[in-house]
Design a protein around this ligand. Structure first.
Ligand SMILES: [Fe+2]
Ligand SMILES: [Fe+2]
Length: 132
């Protein structure tokens, strides 16, 4: 199958975004296990939210181009993740409990989503012969 230029670019972006999301999530985990600065944790959480939103838009554009049959379900999962992240950030205070809540939300939603729904999408792309 011939590779569309835009599609290839989107796939590259998605790969980079995934790596960055994991790196920021890891940073949040590290920052709360050390000497905590609330403004730093908050800034990291906001970066994660912004990147997640950008990333979801990228992934959704790709799914539309390939007319992915799981598009609606996948978009719904993205919406749920953004809502959960926003909620955890809204209640973020200099209190360990709220930090742990944020970390477990990131693990439960974002990381798990990448390991499951996103993996299914990648496998679909591979099976259709879209080169990465
Ligand atoms: Fe993703
Ligand atoms: Fe996704």
């Amino acid at each position: 199958m011939k590779m569309d230029g835009r599609l290839q670019l989107l796939q590259e972006e998605i790969g980079l975004q995934h790596a960055n999301l994991v790196a920021i999530a890891e940073n949040i985990k590290l920052s709360i296990s050390e000497d905590i600065k609330h403004s730093y944790v908050y800034a990291l959480a906001m970066r994660l939210l912004n990147l997640a939103e950008l990333h979801f838009a990228t992934e959704e554009e790709l799914m539309k181009i390939i007319q992915y049959k799981g598009l609606n379900e996948h978009c719904l999962a993205h919406k749920t993740i953004v809502l959960a992240l926003r909620e955890k950030i809204t209640v973020l205070t200099p209190d360990m409990e709220t930090y742990y809540d944020l970390v477990s939300s990131v693990n439960d939603w974002l990381i798990e989503h990448m390991q499951q729904e996103d993996k299914v999408l990648t496998e679909h792309l591979d099976s259709c012969g879209y080169k990465r």
